[in-house]
Design a protein around this ligand. Sequence first.
Ligand code: NAD
Length: 377
Amino acid sequence: MTVKIAVLKENAAGEKRVAATPETVKKFIGLGAEVTVEAGAGAFASVSDQAYADAGAKVADRKAALKDADILLGVQGPEPASIKGAKASAWLVAGLNPFGERKRVDDYAGLGVEALAMEFMPRITRAQSMDILSSQSNLSGYKAVLDAAAEYGRAFPMMMTAAGTVSAARVFIMGVGVAGLQAIATARRLGAQVSATDVRSATKEQIMSLGAKPIFVENVAGIEGEGSGGYATEMSPEYQKAQAELVSSHIAKQDIVITTALIPGRAAPRLISDVQIASMRPGSVIIDLAVEQGGNVEGAVAGEIVEKHGVKIVGHRNVPSRLAADASALFSRNLFNFLSAFWDKEAGRPVLPDEDEITAAIRLTKDGKVVNERLLG
Ligand code: NAD
């Protein structure tokens, strides 16, 4: 039996990415799969239906794509009602936002599909190439700097011209995970003077190795080493106070601030207050990459650019989607790397062993029930 893969067209507002590219379609076919792409799925990521067809996929409407499909691929989780015709045992592989869309998880269970949440991929070496959070955050960090540059009424690099000198922009990055590191590198490439901070002390060296200045709370202990899976946790009130004081004195001298701080499963930590924004020079720009998780910046609004005290606060939603072609290419490879790693030649399809660490982490539903520990616990 040939395994059938359906690539869904994204229906969420503003979502331009797609979960497979002609490259990954070819690779799936190479493994023996049959691939059907929903018509128009790649339109906003610069991939035509013809390009999918040339790669060997069938192009069909959703109903036909769902029929008999064993595996559904998506970027975001589809509305449960929109996949009603899917086979009961089919896998749904996508970024399912399990905490934010908890009700949907129940509905997927109700449909009988096996929902696999790619953002729950464990941060282990074996799974690095399957990590959608990393691949998409990297592009977000890059785009955040370009978005800041576009809103900023001044230049980034120092320029010595016949009409006088333009001074370099001072850029401060808060949160030095995958997005923050790429933001530092991008701002440096544009010629800015860059500083950065994080609660994890391991990032200090990374900041310096990229040619930026670390700004760290020294009198209260932060997180030593990498913590659980490299993620941050909520900090003590003492730390938060010390951090606020440090940021207050630093931020008034910055032109651009990019915040990326997240804590898995919780609201994003508040890092910048309205009073601190008021201390910045008019014309400064703040980009809040955590705006959809509650925001690092007071007054940031998801999907909007607001101005407070002459400072622009940018809260774009779904930043990876703003680079839809590259974001799709990387996301699609993450999905392929995951499914091909579990490909069982005899079965002619991927098989997820129950006892595998990856299975336990990403499987949300099976046989009509919600089975994921993080959702049940
Ligand atoms: P993230 O998106 O969860 O958070 C972004 C950053 O914000 C983190 O560096 C975090 O420490 C920081 N942060 C949280 N609270 C803060 C606060 N109050 N003030 C300042 N900063 C705060 O993180 P991420 O980008 O997903 O990466 C986290 C770590 O995981 C990194 O070290 C990364 O290299 C590592 N990682 C490992 C793997 C792997 O081994 N497979 C894959 C990806 C990332």
